[in-house]
Design a protein around this ligand. Structure first.
Ligand code: HEC
Ligand code: HEC
Length: 195
């Protein structure tokens, strides 16, 4: 305060700075929470998710036992529905559950499936699948297959530390957080992926 009772210029500046910083932070939080990944700046910032992380405790324990617990946003509801209806013949394994657990997990997957997500990656997944198809494998979804078309087979199926395109978490080091950006990939035995 100056003698005439008006705040000094310095304080005006300080207030302006605080307001600008708050707006910037708000915009950053909004953009990263949308998980947009169009190659824009915010998609490179830490904290941006591509697919909402899997949170249901029962899903994580029942379906994360044999392999990575895929996020529900990686398949449309009709894919999850079919998987959960055929657990006795699950890719050559028997993954049957008691009816109560099966119902609860099916509901969780369907409620959070790719077709219910507002994030960009699930939307791309859904858009890439013809309406007549019901994919059971995320790794066979056209968008996901296309994203990996430049990776030589020797680094995937021919790589003892990866073995299968299904093992997302072998290469995407933050797959469990729902973060699949190609800037954050380390292929075991090969190193960081740079394209
Ligand atoms: C007994 C072991 C086992 C359990 C339990 C299990 N799975 Fe699987 N799952 C497999 C095997 C084996 C594959 C094929 C993996 C491969 O080809 O590399 C697979 C593949 C998958 C795939 C396709 C992966 C891809 O290629 O994109 C999905 C999706 C999947 N499982 C979902 C589930 C769900 C949902 C549950 C829980 C209800 C579950 N799994 C429980 C063994 C299991
Ligand atoms: C062998 C290692 C490996 C495995 C296994 C793998 N990925 Fe990838 N993924 C990559 C690499 C490398 C890229 C970048 C490819 C490029 O830039 O040409 C990529 C790209 C992607 C992209 C696009 C990223 C971007 O920034 O555009 C998505 C989405 C993705 N992977 C999801 C998955 C999912 C889901 C799984 C499991 C079903 C999976 N990946 C399994 C290595 C892998």
């Amino acid at each position: 305060m100056r003698a005439d009772g008006r705040p000094g210029r310095r304080r005006d500046w300080a207030v302006t700075l605080v307001v600008v910083a708050a707006l910037g932070l708000g915009a950053w939080a909004y953009l990263t929470s949308r998980g947009d990944d169009s190659g824009a700046l915010w998609s490179r910032l830490p904290g941006g998710t591509d697919v909402a992380p899997a949170t249901d405790a029962r899903y994580l324990s029942e379906c994360g036992d044999c392999h990575f617990a895929y996020q529900p946003g990686l398949l449309p509801a009709r894919g999850w529905d079919r998987i959960m209806a055929t657990l006795d013949d699950h890719f050559g394994d028997n993954a049957e559950l008691d009816p109560e657990a099966r119902t609860a997990i099916t509901e969780y997957l369907i409620q959070n499936a790719a077709d219910t997500s507002h994030l960009r990656r699930p939307a791309q997944i859904v858009r890439s699948i013809p309406a007549r198809d019901t994919p059971l494998r995320i790794s066979e979804v056209p968008y996901i297959k296309d994203a990996h078309k430049d990776i030589p087979a020797r680094l995937v199926t021919g790589n003892a530390k990866v073995e299968s395109a299904s093992h997302c978490d072998a290469c995407h080091v933050q797959a469990d957080k729902g973060y699949y950006n190609d800037s954050n990939v380390v292929i075991p035995g090969h190193g960081k992926w740079t394209d």
